[in-house]
Design a binder for this molecule. Structure first.
Ligand SMILES: Nc1ncnc2c1ncn2[C@@H]1O[C@H](COP(=O)(O)OP(=O)(O)OP(=O)(O)O)[C@@H](O)[C@H]1O
Ligand SMILES: [Mg+2]
Length: 448
């Protein structure tokens, strides 16, 4: 018999959190009147505490709902912020406890009183809410100032995420969601490029500190340019960055935006940036070379018009308050006047043989049966594919093997590599397969 699939917990699993906060609110109102809790009430609070602790375990409901873990105090704060949003009775309790408050959310001072925190713990609470803290870096909370009497609210995307409501507005015209969950471990790049990508992340994650606390100049963006041949992992790296932030990646085809909608570009862009403003999203603009037509290269009036549009476009991208990644296949043509405008320019090289071996290792389906002759180091040396080519060939080989009811062997791989080479549209011969040539099935070669 099949075992039942584990169910993803829904937000209703968090009920004990609201019950505990409601109980704490009730006991706070009593203690303000000078009344204390009876023994059985203290016992009830302990019970609720135990239930809540279970939700916060590494295998608990919070972790599966959020995808990451927080510490105890951070969970307390998050529960206080989310409570009024998800359980209306809590909103009323909080409001009653805050004389004259016009809204249901708890302030820092109320949270401190509610959780009965002493001065040291109160300082920890302040730090957990400060710019640069985990709760702030992950954009879980909305709060304007470091003021103990301002309400602490959850970010809209978090509530939407927890309640299963649509995560955000549908993508604006010209933008599509990239649904790829890639992590740092999946990315095969020279160490120097990985450092640069992590530094780009600093521009997003540490902004509260640099701009907020240290008074650093507030510039738009950050904007990065990813330059490199097709299939070298530019979009893949952008999704690693989005995933590291817990945000969504949207891809905008600039070529289409500029050429097809010349007249409407302005309006499309306004819609796009309005929708993206303050949202947890990374915007990726493909074919950014459309922005880089060098001055002096303008020949026709139509070009000049398009050029005006594109320089305006770049200004708009720079002014946008949120991460943008521009990608291009043509590093050579870039004008340094343009590249200086970006916070980071990352070149994506074609992978060398050891990197290709690593890519084969990762891109062959992890649980596929492999014949012993399938050695990633051998494959990495065989053909100079990019990561994109290796992904296609690895998957095609897997489908061939599955269709033949066999393990993946060099025959299927040679076959798949042959198909990938043929896509380039040039004349190919078995020599292009290098050491894989002897493994190419005869019938594939004799097709024409
Ligand atoms: N450096 C890499 N590390 C890991 N996987 C990679 C890498 N490069 C490519 N891949 C694999 O190839 C696929 C295609 O790569 P990706 O779409 O990121 O290329 P790209 O540089 O954006 O190409 P294009 O310029 O055509 O948009 C990825 O989804 C990934 O599976
Ligand atoms: Mg791409």
């Amino acid at each position: 018999m099949n075992s039942p699939l584990p169910l993803t917990p829904t937000v209703s699993a968090l009920e004990p959190e609201w019950e505990r906060l409601d109980f704490l609110a009730w006991s706070l109102s009593r203690s303000r009147r000078g009344e204390s809790l009876a023994d059985e009430e203290i016992a009830r609070l302990r019970e609720l505490q135990t239930e809540v602790d279970a939700l916060r375990e590494p295998d608990g409901a919070w972790k599966s709902l959020l995808g990451f873990q927080l510490n105890h105090l951070e969970y307390d704060i998050l529960a206080c912020a989310l409570g009024p949003e998800l359980e209306p009775r809590l909103g009323w309790s909080f409001q009653n406890l805050q004389a004259g408050a016009a809204q249901p959310w708890a302030t820092r001072s109320l949270i401190q009183e509610l959780l009965a925190l002493d001065a040291t713990q109160g300082e920890q609470l302040r730090r957990a809410l400060a710019p640069g803290s985990a709760l702030r870096r992950r954009r879980l909370l909305r709060l304007d100032h470091d003021d103990p009497y301002r309400p602490i609210m959850p970010e809209g995307w978090l509530v939407a995420h927890l309640t299963g409501r649509p995560l955000e507005l549908p993508p604006p015209p010209g933008a599509t969601a990239v649904n790829q969950r890639a992590t740092w471990d999946d990315l095969v790049l020279p160490a120097s490029r990985l450092y640069m990508l992590r530094e780009f992340l600093l521009w997003i994650e540490q902004r509260d500190i640099v701009v907020g606390s240290w008074g650093g100049q507030q510039v738009g963006g950050p904007v990065a340019l990813f330059a490199g041949p097709s299939g070298t992992g530019k979009t893949f790296a952008a999704s690693v960055i989005a995933h590291a932030l817990g945000w969504r990646l949207y891809r905008v085809d600039l070529g289409r935006l500029v050429s097809k909608y010349v007249g409407e570009t302005e309006e499309n862009l306004n819609q796009l940036f309005d929708a993206a403003h303050g949202q947890p999203m990374v915007l990726q603009f493909d074919e950014a070379d459309a922005l880089f037509a060098k001055r002096g290269e303008v020949k026709e009036a139509r070009d000049r018009y398009a050029n005006m549009e594109v320089s305006h476009l770049l200004t708009r991208i720079e002014a946008h308050d949120g991460p943008c990644i521009l990608t291009t296949n043509m590093r050579r043509q870039l004008d340094s006047a343009f590249t200086r405008r970006f916070q980071m320019v990352v070149e994506f090289p074609r992978p060398d043989a050891p990197s290709r071996a690593e890519l084969w290792r990762r891109l062959l389906p992890p649980r596929a049966p492999l014949e012993p002759a399938v050695d990633p180091a051998f494959l990495g040396n065989a053909v100079p594919f990019t990561g994109g080519g290796i992904r296609n060939a690895a998957l095609h080989a897997a489908y061939l093997a599955a269709g033949q009811g066999k393990a993946i062997g060099l025959a299927q791989i040679a076959h798949a590599v042959w198909r990938e080479l043929a896509k380039e549209g040039r004349e190919i011969s078995p020599q292009d397969l290098g050491p894989l040539a002897p493994h190419l099935p005869k019938e594939v070669l004799g097709e024409d």
